[in-house]
Design a protein around this ligand. Structure first.
Ligand code: AMP
Length: 273
């Protein structure tokens, strides 16, 4: 595995790859969710590039940019064992210029739900992903369904800018007890982690209700609010694949989205129906 930090060095390493390139962009503190993206990329491409970059532009003032877990040594080992070809670890100063061209997330999809709680967050996500796509020139890029709105926005950017990359979405990887894996889970105390389980329990209960024939969004949401009563819910929303709110669940065209705070930790999760 090549570990590359500089932009010019990365360009040279990329140039030497002759074949299809799968790309997994991450912010590090790698877990089995990231590994599942890497595994798919390995299966479907000649080469796999992973980037680790805690992107300052997607954090709002007061968010956890400084506290965000940084585990470079462990991450390098994980990538090596997983068979990654190039691990790209750029510096912020070589990625961003002083007064540069800026992408803006679309007014609807970029500013509802996560975008309304974290205004500008997705502008920063699109900015970094566009830059990384320019450097990596991937045949396929792998993203988790756990960040459903991010995935939808990246798909839209690829479509709007006619980018020659295939976006591949992977299922959310969970702990045995249901908690969706996230680098931010390390912030949770034992007691908070227990309470956080109500998020995946609520989603599971929504799934059971739907299988039993309950399609009314309000009724499903009511049950979910009850289950999550001990944590600070930011939103529970039932939307179609274009993120338009649904009064009734439409099978194969619905995502149930949850954001909540447990102590100081903000968690998101969802269920694709
Ligand atoms: P992050 O490092 O949190 O920015 O995530 C990098 C990529 O991994 C994104 O595409 C995420 O959606 C994806 N990801 C994060 N958590 C999970 C998970 N539990 N299961 C599957 N993919 C995930």
């Amino acid at each position: 595995m090549q570990i590359v930090r500089g932009i010019e060095e990365f360009k040279r390493a990329r140039e030497a790859l002759d074949g299809s390139v799968g790309f997994v962009p991450t912010m590090g503190a790698l877990h089995h969710g990231h590994l599942s993206l890497i595994k798919s990329s390995k299966k479907e491409n000649d080469y796999t590039v992973v980037s680790i970059f805690v992107n300052p532009m997607q954090f709002l003032p007061g968010e956890d940019f400084d506290a965000y877990p940084r585990r470079e040594e462990a991450d390098c080992r994980i990538c090596e064992i997983a068979g990654v070809d190039i691990l790209f670890l750029p510096e912020s100063s070589s990625i961003y210029k002083k007064d540069e061209v800026k992408l803006k997330a679309p007014g609807y999809l970029g500013y509802i739900l996560e975008g309304s709680r974290r205004p500008g967050h997705f502008d920063g996500v699109l900015q970094i992903v566009m830059k990384l796509f320019g450097l990596v020139r991937p045949s396929r890029a792998y993203f988790g369904k756990k960040d459903a709105q991010q995935l939808a926005l990246i798909r839209k950017m690829v479509d709007d800018f006619f980018l020659p990359v295939e976006i591949v979405a992977e299922e959310t990887v969970r702990e045995d007890d249901g908690l969706a894996l996230s680098s931010r889970n390390v912030y949770l105390s034992t007691e908070e982690r227990k309470r956080a389980l109500s998020i995946s329990r609520a989603l599971k209960s929504a799934s059971r209700l739907i299988m039993a024939g309950e399609l009314e969004s309000e009724k499903i949401k009511k049950r979910m609010y009850e289950i999550m009563k001990d944590i600070d819910i930011e939103y529970i929303q039932i939307v179609d694949r274009d993120f338009r709110p649904l009064r009734k669940v439409a099978i194969r065209n619905t995502i149930i989205l949850v954001a909540a705070r447990v102590g100081k930790t903000r968690l998101i999760d969802n269920l694709w129906v």
